[in-house]
Design a protein around this ligand. Sequence first.
Ligand SMILES: Cc1cc2nc3c(=O)[nH]c(=O)nc-3n(C[C@H](O)[C@H](O)[C@H](O)COP(=O)(O)OP(=O)(O)OC[C@H]3O[C@@H](n4cnc5c(N)ncnc54)[C@H](O)[C@@H]3O)c2cc1C
Length: 453
Amino acid sequence: MAHSPTAPEAETTGPALFESWGRYPTYGGKIVPINWQGDFPRAASGVANGALPVGMGRSYGDVCLLKGGNLLLTTGMDRLLEFDPATGLLTAESGITLAQILDFAVPRGFFLPVTPGTKYVTLGGAIANDIHGKNHHVAGTFGSHVTQFGLMRSDGSYKVCSPTENPEWYAATIGGLGLTGLIPWATLRLRPIVSRMIDYEGIQFHGVDEFLDLTERSKEIEYTVSWVDCVSTGKNFARGVFMQGDHSPVPGELKPSPEPKLVFPFDAPGFALNRYTVSAFNTLFFHKQIKTRVTALQDYEPFFYPLDKVLHWNRLYGRSGLLQFQYAIPWESAREGTIAILGAVAKSGLASFLAVLKAFGDVPSPGMMSFPQPGITLALDFPIKPGVSFPLFERLADMTRDFGGRLYPAKDAAMTAAQFQAFYPQWEQFARYRDPMLTSSFWERVTGDIAKI
Ligand SMILES: Cc1cc2nc3c(=O)[nH]c(=O)nc-3n(C[C@H](O)[C@H](O)[C@H](O)COP(=O)(O)OP(=O)(O)OC[C@H]3O[C@@H](n4cnc5c(N)ncnc54)[C@H](O)[C@@H]3O)c2cc1C
């Protein structure tokens, strides 16, 4: 694949705010749009405090932030380059979003091989965090479906990476947190569909054991995920709704999705989300499913992206933002760890509005630093409350470590350097692949390693 041509001069903008989804931390920084891969070496070189390629800023914490450095915005590099309907192989520039890929692919009878809970992420961001979806137990991570990509370094050198060509760079860059160089383009294997619809089933459960039992029984189902109530205690402790689905085999209309119309209009006041409002929401959500089991034919949009319906829903957490906490604990201690952590959260009084529980499967992740591992993953959102959220987070992170688990950098703004280095002991080996000009506030926080000019 040839390099994209170089634009005459990379356009730069003055100080501006590039926010991550959690809106914490926030740093003014220089946003430098790169519209062609040839812009990258100039935009990344000789910059005080270094540079970092970024996509849609849908990571929750600081993996997509760089205090005092250049944020190289890739969303202008969003061209589709090639598509082969016989194989489903699609090649596109890395700034294209999964929403744009779906608009192209669905009318042609194809779908993403793996999708996160929002479609507003870029192809480059999906690779750099080696994201996972509701089908992890059968399909593995996003990176497993990326057959090749380009990698450009700040010195202008360039290589194609695949499982067989430069395989060590392929492994370092998938889940490589944007630190090994710019991914200018990638090839992704799409999966065929005949309809937009999903055969959905929702099943109420009470407690972690019932969740594990449903997980065991749904191994053959392509998508599974659970909402869990992490406020209630006693007989309602860890009650939830197990949601599962398969692409409908009945041919149906393959039209593109409409644009979302709802926008969350303002920052909610800090008190809007508290133990009482979340508890009321949880009771409503649990009982909304009046029968213990419901089935439905559901469009893929509400099934995969229920939150995308309201743009900027993160404003619900108010100006001070939100902290995400997501662990993966291996099977040996997954049950015990999940009960202990859910118990600690319920006791803390700090309510999590969105709590998502899922079993990861054993398809190996291709990335050296990929987060998923076989076992249970739990993702929680906490409003930032000074003096409360961070101590709780630190305690939960320590519990995760003691149960042999790890936290997800894409969702993190608070793990300590010691915690990170215990979660990812391979980090020093990975650091050998880092581009010397690239760093992030996350990387500096968890390793103390900074860019070298
Ligand atoms: C509502 C919501 C639901 C989510 N659900 C899930 C989920 O189910 N599963 C999951 O795994 N994640 C999930 N996420 C997290 C999200 O999928 C990841 O954080 C994703 O990486 C964000 O992509 P982005 O384009 O916004 O990249 P950014 O957040 O801007 O950047 C992410 C990383 O990618 C790097 N990067 C970006 N572009 C390039 C490039 N071209 N070359 C090299 N490096 C690059 C950046 O340096 C950074 O390290 C969710 C996020 C939200 C907001």
